[in-house]
Design a protein around this ligand. Sequence first.
Ligand code: MRU
Length: 357
Amino acid sequence: MKVQGKDYRTVWMEGSSVKTINQPLLPHRFEVVELPTHRDTAEAISKMVLRGAGAIGAAAGFGMAQVFMEAPAAEPARAEYLAAGYHRLRSTRPTAHDLFYALDRVRAAGEKAPHEEAGAAAAAEAQAIADRYVEAGRLIGEHGQRLIKDGGRVLTHCNAGWLAFVDWGSALAPVYFAHRAGRKVHVLADETRPRGQGARLTAWELQQEGVPVEIIADNAAGLLMRRGQIDLVLTGADRIAANGDVANKIGTYEKALCAQANRVPFYVAAPLSTFDPDCPDGDHIPIERRDDDEVLYAYGRTDAGELTRVRLAPEGVAAINYAFDVTPAELIAGIITEKGIIRADAGEIARITGSEE
Ligand code: MRU
């Protein structure tokens, strides 16, 4: 996707470094950050320098390739280094299934290769995963665009656009396709407290692409749905269980309930790498709990141009900061994948994930 006319991916590899767009600085500053070692890449994932299921997956894959490039040649130090690096990357964030998907694939590719070729083999596999995200986003866009009619008003939560993947994104890909096909699309972006991915990232991405967008407070969608001002809800997913339950950014479940009550179709968009066939239902999805400070403070730019954080809550008050919630399958009208739109049920999911080579 383009930033001020120049094509960018969200995360990529240059030599042995991983490079990514520094997302906490957006929309106020556009900066590319270099991550020279797998430790830097792991820290960038856990501190959310980059975030979003596919971007996390691609970065974890590149990070695992860095582990192979950095590992000493002699055993047992080599095996210990590989295991520690894999574990470090695995422990960065617990919910997004793509992280584990990419890590395991890249580790397997590196282990299969002769030692002196392992770094290159792992990097090639990580690149293939990143490219696959781009293609999956494009196909999700193609399949999903038919849900958006001319003049359609789409509500989205958090950021499931190209910043959350490598290009195109999941939930925003159909929006980009409909917009490029010349249809009028209007997006309502939930601000998505506490980290503001909707207000900061979704609004910025759509603005770069020229798609009309308005930010709404997290608690405004009920009123708008009741008034008939939302035609469709489109969100991404961090992990989809075998029965069709979907973990996504905290607040998604409330939007799905509200959509059902107001007969607004609620669709999820995600590539097959987000499906976890080993997870029977949403109750088995690990839900990340992050630092309470994310709720107690807000981060932004002062009118004088300084990026800073300010405290919102009284001193001494604690907070509860779960990063994700689970939307039960029965609230979901369909899941848009690179292989088409499927029902959120166990049979459909087994069919589509089983056909995966
Ligand atoms: O905590 P984040 O920003 O990594 O969470 C991302 C989300 O939950 C997004 O909503 C998204 O749908 C999943 S990534 C496409």
